[in-house]
Design a protein around this ligand. Sequence first.
Ligand code: SF4
Ligand code: SF4
Length: 312
Amino acid sequence: MLIKGRIFDIQSFSLHDGPGCRTTIFMSGCPLKCRWCANPESWRSNNIMFSEGTCKYRSGCNICKNSCTRGGLKFDENNRPILNFEICKECSDFNCANACYYDALKYCSREYSIEGLMKILQRDSNNWRGNGGVTFSGGEPLMQNEFLIEVLKRCKEKKFHTAIETSAYQDTDIFNEVMQYVDFAFIDIKHMNRKRHKEKTGVCNDIIKENIVNLAKLQWDGRLVLRIPMIGGFNDNIENIHETIDFMHCNDLVEINLLPFHRLGESKWNQLGNKYEYSTCGDIDKALLNKFQDMFLEEEIACYIGDDTLGI
Ligand code: SF4
Ligand code: SF4
């Protein structure tokens, strides 16, 4: 099978992406564009990042100076490299990143064959012990569904425990096919209201809800934990929590994870030449989170905050 996958990171000792110790595969591409995204380098499979803090131009480095033949790289009066991201979007050779020893200029993803990735998982499986395994995250892993399904099938042949972190934003047939090979799922729902969902993610939530409803009807035998990234001023209101509770009751869903907003991705927005909207907003009050947790618990829905998901 010649399908290849684009992956922007592989973390071998993940402790919060499913049960036990896991290898998390961060797959490139995402149909959503959440304005607070912590992994914006995943949005496109063809991305260059520039980290000024890592760059050695202050020490006289200019190794990358003549690397770009497209006019994408210039230097300011202090010899600081400046990328023209409009030109870089169309790049196919990324010669500047190849030239930079220090990873200040960095290409965001790598291509993997199925065999290459399985070798890494086989190696890592020695660390997983008991209930660990592999988690497919992103970006949105369902974007590369052909590659994902083939890798998942191989994982099942090897009896690896499989998990996915997904927005479920994909055609229902594809989503259901993927889920056949998945033991554990975190499915994000950023907002119950379709208009509000679209405002901050770029897409409506209809297909996401439909896929969750269908999965519940199919009586899929894995473990499903819904997840809300809690963003101050966006989804941190009682009405949204009530709607989430109703939706969960209607579909016999019993677990939810509230993830408090953080700014860990902020520097990456800058490195990609994009403006980050959440530098001074989005924070979520701990007392409010606790109140939301109580609301779910009162409705007999197990509700976890941050990394405290049961069994993870
Ligand atoms: S990513 Fe491509 S176009 Fe942009 S500076 Fe590097 S080599 Fe030039
Ligand atoms: S080669 Fe890398 S470290 Fe040196 S100036 Fe270019 S980007 Fe900076």
